[in-house]
Design a protein around this ligand. Structure first.
Ligand SMILES: Cc1cc2nc3c(=O)[nH]c(=O)nc-3n(C[C@H](O)[C@H](O)[C@H](O)COP(=O)(O)O)c2cc1C
Length: 197
């Protein structure tokens, strides 16, 4: 499997890291693009002074290919590159707006535009709160175009006790959406024991 993964400058670097770890663990080839603000985010939230794909993968990995954000001539920019889906995690309101308006002047936006025109799976993990009316309009445009909007919006019904469990709820959902098997705890089980109130 080939999955395009993009990191833009919205809060939630841990979601990207765990998603990528899930892909790598399942033997998926990951095509990674990180925006300049995404790099800043990796620094601020993960302490990554320079982009370290092995740290993102949690292991030394040969299955991650890092693509240049400014190279709109990279293979991801062409519909002839076959892949199994693209996930932008986390997705800023800026990138959300670029994708909803068909802008293609960087590799994240261009790869997303190509994914849409080829009618492949495109998933945006938008993170902003509250939503601006412009975000809401962009959601409508994107949803009508077939984009899966999967905001970073973890459920708490599994009674998480660590940040890692909260993150895995979202990362596991993303893996489900791209059809990758994982062991992260994301599923509602009405028979599981609950915390008493
Ligand atoms: C630490 C940090 C956190 C940010 N968090 C968000 C966020 O959660 N959502 C958002 O839409 N923008 C956020 N921003 C602002 C975006 O990074 C900014 O709009 C940038 O232009 C996005 O560019 P990109 O979409 O090319 O990555 C954040 C910026 C920084 C530095």
């Amino acid at each position: 499997m080939e999955i395009v993964t993009a990191i833009s400058g919205a809060s939630g670097a841990l979601y990207a890291q765990r998603f990528i770890q899930g892909l790598v663990a399942a033997g998926v080839n990951v095509h990674l693009v990180v925006s300049p603000w995404g790099r800043r985010l990796l620094r601020d939230e993960l302490g990554m002074e320079t982009l370290d794909v092995d740290a993102l993968a949690g292991t030394k990995s040969h299955s991650i290919t890092l693509h240049n954000y400014n190279d709109v001539g990279a293979k991801l920019a062409s519909g002839s590159f076959l892949h199994d889906g693209m996930v932008i995690v986390p997705c800023s309101s800026n990138t959300l707006a670029e994708v909803s308006h068909g802008i293609g002047d960087n590799l994240i936006a261009r790869a997303a535009a190509v994914t849409l025109k080829e009618r492949r799976k495109l998933i945006l993990v938008h993170r902003e709160m509250p939503l601006s009316p412009i975000d809401v309009n962009n959601y409508k445009v994107l949803s009508d175009a077939g984009v899966i909007l999967c905001p970073a919006n973890p459920g708490f019904y599994l009674n998480p006790t660590t940040v890692g469990e909260v993150v895995d709820f979202v990362a596991g959902k993303l893996l489900d959406l791209v059809g990758v098997t994982h062991t992260m705890n994301t599923r509602w089980n009405p028979d599981a024991p609950r915390l008493s109130s």
